[in-house]
Structure formats: structure tokens, C-alpha cells
Unconditional design. Sequence first.
Length: 400
Amino acid sequence: MTAQNRSWWPVSHGQVLDDAASLQSCIDPDQLEEEVCDLLGRHWRDLYEEHHAGLVAPEWLEGLLHAADRRAGDRGVRRLVYGVALIAAPGLADLALDVMRHASVGSDDGEPAWLGVPPAVTASPDLLLLRDTYGLRFGLLAQVTGPGALQRTYLFDVDPCHGFHQVLGSGYHSGTATATAVWRGLVGPSAAAAEPEPVPDDLLAHVLPGDGMFDVLFGRPVSDSHFTELFRSDGIVSAIVKALGAAGRPYTRPVGDPGRAIVLADSLSEQFKAWAARHHVDVPASTGPDDDIVTWLLHDWVSSDMPEALAVACSPHRIAAFPAYLNDDWQEAHRMHALTVLQPWARFCLDRTGIGGEAAEEVLAWAGRAADDPVSVGADLGDYLNRPIDETTVTGPAAR
């Protein structure tokens, strides 16, 4: 089945190698890097239109490099492989370098000198973070230096509104100010006052994407940014992790702990019920642990690697996205009871996080809409988790 799903790979590889002829006009490694990202991104947009299986980007790229090894004498192919060495994660970048070594050429063949310089991309360990009013949308900023000594700011737009982080967009910008302005525009009103600040150590693990930016189920590429950065984003993450380690701040991805999530959900359930009693808020009565709508809801709200600070953060997007899961996974009778909890739960979260004014009103309004019409509010929010979206209006471009 695997072979059948990937039967189109050789044709795909051949097309990319043919298209690499256009890279001969690149005048330096920085331009080449951008052109390679664009070439691969355009190709993968087409692949997603044509195919429904075999869309495993890292392994496809490995196959491309093996195919390139047989055509490494072509000038365009050599530039393509050099570009892959610039953007890919370490294992694939090393393979690209091996192909380059096999394709070594003499100094008199007219190739530019920079094509013979080992490609190198380094990141600063001093990461900056943008955070919106609700505390559930992040812009992670990394200062990155390319092989031509060009320094740029790489932005990850990170969203944990579905209970675990998704990258809604990423890419280079000329500097911190430009990246900040772009991110504010993506997030909407809740990001208007966001300013970059050093990333707290306890938050870094929850905002720095892990290996493999996109999965093949709910996190597949859906935007132009996703396709352009399909391979480079993983390479940037690797450069950041390497820089953190060299700075004596080794980075470790958080490991999900279902047992810890249960404990946190149970604790929040008790805190919420106590808050509701103090504020004379009605919540569904419980006759025991097997009939406790509040606790059931929070077991689905809290994910296995979520710290309490993120568990009680609440935004219109978070509220609107949650009914998508209730619509799919809960029996109707229980779902209707759970939806009555959503607005008081939102009030509890806003109280815990100190959010008031218009921002709080937006959250409560969405909670009311979700209770009244969960089908329309949830819509397809559970299907395209990494679709770029405005955090307040919960609107974004149509999914591909």
C-alpha cells in the first residue's frame, strides 16, 4: 500500500528537477533560498490538488535528493540541492551536502564561488514573544543569519486554541518591527497592543513548534505560507534548538501525560464549582463521578501537555472551536448540558486571567452563540486546525 500511495513520486521528483533550471539566474545564496522555497511550495500546492495519499513531505524530499544525485551535473539541480541544504532539517540537509560533494566541479566551469561555500544558517537563542490580550495566540520571533550574512526575523504564528499548538503561518521578515506588525494584522484586535518580550522559560516549550510542522490529518498545509515554508520551518526550528543548547538552555519538547491532564481537569472542575457557588451561578448537578458534566467537559478541554495557565486562558476562537469537538464526539443529550456550562466556564476563565472590558464581552458573546447554535459556531473549526484566523472574529480565508 505504501508503494502504491507513493507511485507518483518519481514523476514528481523529475518535474522538480526539470524546473530547477530556473534557479540558474539566482545571484547569491539568499535569493536562491527564497527561490527554492517558492519552487517547492508551488509544487506541493499542486500535489495537494492532485493526490490524496503519499503526501509525506520529509520522505518525499529525501527521495528528491536521491533522484538529484543522478543529475547532479546539471547546474540547476546543483542549485536546488544547495538550497535544500540551506532550508532542511539536519538529516536531510546532511544528505543534500553529500549530493553536493558528489557534484563537485572545477573552478573553471563558470559556477559562482558562493556555490562552493558550505551553506550555514544560524539562529540566536534570544527569542522574543508576542502574546495577544487573551493569552492564547503567540508570535515567536527568532533572529536568523543566512549564509550571505543577511540577518532577518523569522516569525512563527502559534495558536493553541484547540488544546495543542498549531502553526497558522511562518516566514521571514526584514526585522522585529515588521514581523510584529504582520503578526498583529494576522491576529486582529486582540493583538493591537502586543509588544515583543523575552520568552519565559516555562512557556517556550509550549510555543516553539516541534519536529514535523504539519501532520497529514488536521494539520496539513492550507495556506500559501504553509506551502512556502513546508521544509524551511523545520530547519529554522532545528537551528533554534541548536542555539539554545549552545547557550546552556537545552530545549526539550513537553511529553504529554494523560494522568497529569486528568488531575488538572479534576482540580479545575472543583475550582470552577466553588467559584460558581460563590457567584450564585447554576451549573448542571452531579450525582457522582460517572454523571458529572462539568468534569467531563474539562477532561476534553484540558490536553495532556497543557499547563494550567494555558488551560484557563480563553478567547473567542477557543470558545468557538470547542463546540466543533462536542458536535462530533458527544451524544446530543450530554452535549446540550455541556453547552450550558460554556458561558459560566468562560466567566471563570476571564476572572482567573483578569480580562475584562470589551475583550471579555467578546468571549461571553461567543459562548452565548455557541450554546444557542453550536452547529453553526463549531462549523468546520475542528477540520482545519491550522487555518489562519482572526482571534476575535473567528474568521479567516477559506480552507483549500
